[in-house]
Design a protein around this ligand. Sequence first.
Ligand SMILES: Nc1ncnc2c1ncn2[C@@H]1O[C@H](COP(=O)(O)OP(=O)(O)OP(=O)(O)O)[C@@H](O)[C@H]1O
Ligand SMILES: [Mg+2]
Length: 297
Amino acid sequence: MSVVERVAGTAHEIAPVKQTPAGAPKPFDLDFARLETLGHYHPSAESTQLALELRAVKRRLLRRIGFLRSSGERQAFRMPGRQRNLILVTSTRAGEGKTYMAVNLALSLAVEDQIETLLVDADIPRPRVRARFDLPRGLGLADWLTDPSLDAESLCFRAGQAPLSILPEGAPAERAKELFATETSQRLWTALSTADRDRLVIIDAPPVLATTEAVVLAKYVDEIVFVVEANATAEPAAAAAIDELLDVNPNVSLVLNRCLIGAGGSHYQSYEYYDRGQDASPEAPAQPAKGLAHVQG
Ligand SMILES: Nc1ncnc2c1ncn2[C@@H]1O[C@H](COP(=O)(O)OP(=O)(O)OP(=O)(O)O)[C@@H](O)[C@H]1O
Ligand SMILES: [Mg+2]
């Protein structure tokens, strides 16, 4: 499958919505001490296991979306007519570490790499991002999907210490899956992607087997990071969830979470490409056969 065909079928084939004039996001301070107590990335802990593992995850991810050359040199996300900056984080079931992963990735990209990053809480049934950053309740994604005339930027919070913005979940929505499965939703994700072509958008999504939202969202995004909780998720369940995602998007990568490394390490062990035959990116490694056995430590 050619790159052009692969991109057609994602959100990028339709025209972006007209942007309203950008409002100012609400400022907030990153409380690193608090984030650290929650087990999250901390800028002063450069050589911790977590920081090292996140670097490996980021490097793979940035290469796959074309932001990093294999030499390590940076380049823009954009190529003519497309961006590859929408990244969905999901898992098989609840509690495997999606929010932990999405928050750490966003913090590490913004703080360590100074990459403009937007973290979106799209897990509307179980939103957790706002609480991690101690942000107040207010309007957010669900409100924007309901009323696209709202200015998305003004719904966001903007960190003072790093190029990080957060779009929280917003109003509780009983029928979140209906909110996502509309043409408007598709156009709004495209709008988020194109609003800042140098920005990465990390989307914290619900788990695949619990509801249909993650699979709907998977159609709109460029890359999917699939979190697998080590020694906890039954392989058939994870394989079924991954199959559902691969039906709509071939760009799925796995992160194995909560691996016990040495005495006390408990983070991400590996990041491995997972595909069942479609071309995923110019840098995609050789495609393994299906199965979680291909997650490498
Ligand atoms: N590798 C890890 N090390 C330490 N704590 C972790 C790790 N992974 C997850 N956690 C913690 O486990 C709890 C559950 O993780 P998290 O909220 O990220 O899961 P989730 O997949 O987003 O769950 P949900 O489906 O309910 O949204 C959180 O308190 C999180 O901080
Ligand atoms: Mg979560």
